[in-house]
Design a protein around this ligand. Structure first.
Ligand code: MLT
Length: 264
């Protein structure tokens, strides 16, 4: 499905009925990374998966991207769909966007799942790495970004023994436009520190991290769990950064458990 949001076309899926769950994907992927969760949860929920600006089937304008702008796109899409409140799941960059969304629109958030993400801003050397990667995208295209990103996103065991997952991630990355990849990198480099926000989070929060995640390691997840009042932390074994793709059943079960506590 498609909607015109803030002057661009956003692609999304809207499946099932019940309490809405909104999924925000990682960099530089698209909404199909949530296919397993969408299929499992849409029997008793309204599941919304979104190709964020710059990704998948959404427009990727050559423009100044920001994490706040992505949060504004999500809010405008929810308005378009007449969704007042939802449970949100954000993984990695999706988590950065979810924290920005909470900062701006806390009353729209019934509960949050922050997966394989972190609250702090980039360090100077990480910002420099973003700009170097943007140059690679510009000069060599999305397949060079896939070469760099796949070992950061998936565990060595997944890459070796489940090549179909690595191929799926590659296809998602290669389907993006350079403008979207570079736009995201600059948006992530500029994102503010969300650590001061953590103590103010008043909605139920579930934190999830793959035990082998090196991009946003369990230490980042533990910091969020310590600072967010009453947050719960779950560490998924045998998963790295894309824990929902590497261990889809465990990931979905955590959402279901969190949801059932939220709604009872
Ligand atoms: C992601 O998975 O969204 C990225 O690894 C996030 C990042 O580069 O900080």
């Amino acid at each position: 499905m498609q909607a015109t949001i803030n002057g661009i076309t956003l692609a999304y899926n809207d499946t099932g009925r019940g309490l809405p769950i909104v999924f925000l994907h990682a960099f530089p992927l698209n909404r199909t990374m949530w296919a397993e969760q969408e299929s499992a949860l849409s029997s008793h929920h309204r599941v919304i998966t979104i190709d964020l600006r710059g990704h998948g089937e959404s427009d990727a304008p050559l423009w100044h991207y920001t994490i706040d702008q992505a949060a504004d796109d999500v809010r405008a899409l929810l308005d378009h769909l007449s969704i007042r409140q939802a449970l949100f799941v954000g993984l990695s960059m999706g988590g950065y966007i979810l924290l920005a969304f909470y900062r701006k629109y806390a009353d729209r958030v019934k509960g949050m799942v922050l997966a394989d993400t972190r609250a702090r801003a980039d360090k100077p050397e990480e910002k420099a790495g973003r700009f170097q990667m943007a140059q690679v995208a510009y000069k060599q295209g999305p397949s060079a970004i896939a070469d760099i990103m796949i070992p950061k996103l998936l565990s060595p065991a997944t890459i070796q023994t489940r090549p179909e997952i690595a191929q799926r991630v590659r296809t998602m990355i290669e389907g993006n436009q350079i403008s979207g990849i570079a736009g995201d990198l600059m948006a992530m480099a500029e994102r503010p520190d969300s650590v001061p926000l953590l103590k103010q989070i008043a909605c139920p929060t579930q934190i999830i991290v793959g035990e082998l995640d090196q991009a946003t390691p369990p230490a980042d997840a533990k910091l969020m769990a310590e600072q967010i009042p009453h947050a719960r932390l779950a560490i998924i074994p045998n998963a790295a950064h894309l824990a929902n793709l590497e261990q889809p059943e465990a990931f979905t079960r955590l959402i279901e458990e969190f949801d059932s506590e939220l709604t009872t």
